[in-house]
Unconditional design. Structure first.
Length: 225
């Protein structure tokens, strides 16, 4: 770990600890990929970026989210970045990005980076957003009862909602973190009872039944630190 990345990891450390003693509630939303429309969770992202004149989608993957928001009515410039080669992206590397955007969407990328690199990555994304702009981050929930590192060998670090919220808030951003359940809602009585029991057991173990986190981050005029 370099001195620079170490400084970012411990930036505002005691301020974050103080914030973490009285965190807000983290509401639950649901996300599912088996529907050809924006999920409940992704509607939050759409509402946050819908009036942006320019959006950068980092880790754009199949560009499905871009297609869904454009179908929903988003008419601004929508650029994409991904290291993959299966689709035609605007950028293949984040270092190629020299302009700033009103909003950045970054889903399922942060967990593939070690802590120091991940924190540096967050700062890089914030540096590419215009003052008053929005960053939407989706990443696995470290508190989920089945640890995120167990379901994908490329996952190397996970964040819990309090740490993610307090780190971004300590920078001076206005950050709202949601806990996200994946998949369709329980359909029948048996599934609903099972879901309630699972949520209760996770809570008793000080864990969570929600697989993902979604952070909606509004950038201030100047970042702290």
């Amino acid at each position: 770990m370099t001195q620079t990345s170490q400084n970012l990891v411990y930036l505002n450390y005691w301020k974050r600890k103080q914030l973490a003693t009285h965190p807000p509630t983290f509401p639950v939303r649901r996300h599912r990929w088996d529907i050809d429309e924006l999920s409940d969770a992704h509607l939050l992202i759409y509402e946050a970026i819908r009036n942006a004149s320019s959006v950068l989608d980092v880790g754009a993957g199949s560009m499905r989210f871009m297609q869904l928001v454009q179908r929903r009515g988003f008419a601004g410039r929508y650029d994409t970045q991904d290291i993959g080669t299966e689709f035609d992206y605007t950028y293949s590397d984040l270092d190629q990005v020299s302009q700033t955007y009103d909003a950045i969407v970054c889903m399922d990328v942060l967990e593939h980076l070690e802590l120091a690199d991940g924190v540096g990555f967050l700062h890089r994304l914030l540096s590419l957003i215009n003052p008053g702009g929005v960053l939407a981050i989706q990443t696995p929930n470290a508190n989920f009862h089945r640890h995120p590192l167990s379901w994908d060998m490329t996952h190397v670090h996970a964040y819990n909602p309090v740490d993610l919220w307090s780190y971004l808030t300590a920078l001076g951003t206005d950050t709202m973190v949601y806990r996200v359940e994946l998949g369709p809602p329980p359909a029948g009585l048996r599934d609903r009872v099972h879901a309630r029991i699972r949520a209760w057991l996770a809570s008793e173990l000080q864990l969570d039944h929600c697989e993902n986190l979604l952070a909606i981050v509004t950038k201030p005029r100047e970042l702290s630190g």
